[in-house]
Design a binder for this molecule. Sequence first.
Ligand SMILES: Nc1ncnc2c1ncn2[C@@H]1O[C@H](COP(=O)(O)OP(=O)(O)OP(=O)(O)O)[C@@H](O)[C@H]1O
Ligand SMILES: [Mg+2]
Length: 230
Amino acid sequence: MTVEDRSEAAPASDVVRCVNVDRRYGTAGAVVTAVREVTCCVPPAARIALTGRSGSGKSTLLHLIAGLDTPSRGTVSWPALGVDRRGRPNCVGVVFQGPSLLDDLNVTENILLPMLFAGKSTTDANRRARVALSDVDIADLADRLPAELSSGQAQRAAIARAVAMQPALILADEPTGRLDRHTGERVIAALLAAADIAGAALVIATHDDAVAARLPTQWSMRDGRLDPTR
Ligand SMILES: Nc1ncnc2c1ncn2[C@@H]1O[C@H](COP(=O)(O)OP(=O)(O)OP(=O)(O)O)[C@@H](O)[C@H]1O
Ligand SMILES: [Mg+2]
């Protein structure tokens, strides 16, 4: 893979800054506060494990950090990334917790689509897709449709799609949740390598203590609150 020069777009500033962020769902009588008074920064070379019980707010916080959701209160900004016309941050790769591949496109086409939207050449995008598929050990599944994959294979295809763009921020939500231990270790190694090669920050939400232990920084969530000190 080639390393893109982000020296102008990303000096030493944080990739993400959250200040006093709440995210509430529902209305009046039935409000759920999924994220509560969260203030945190993701530095450019961060390697962060986001842990916490089911329902503690990990996915909600990742979606806010990705710019896919809007806080009910407080601000999320991306000083090192800049934003597009819709106010969404540039250069973010997201691995969602649930299925996210487009059903009518094969694995390669799923990986190519965001790169072609971003203006990469077909040749470059195809080369990146091949490398990313090989990194997560599913090069042989390049022509399969999502319906023809196991859930763990689909998860790895989604990881390949996120890292092929060489984003400046990689957010992975339970990327090993449907994988056996050996494959999970390979996938975490691939995410770490992709982050190193792209010079990206990496945040992984996980229930797996062994995955969290691979990362130097631990953030834990409880009832929507974040404890970034552990
Ligand atoms: N769209 C929604 N509408 C209403 N409540 C929601 C919605 N999405 C999430 N929640 C609630 O917000 C809280 C946090 O959910 P979230 O998905 O962020 O947790 P999580 O830590 O990612 O859990 P898990 O480990 O199970 O993936 C939960 O109480 C959940 O029920
Ligand atoms: Mg979740």
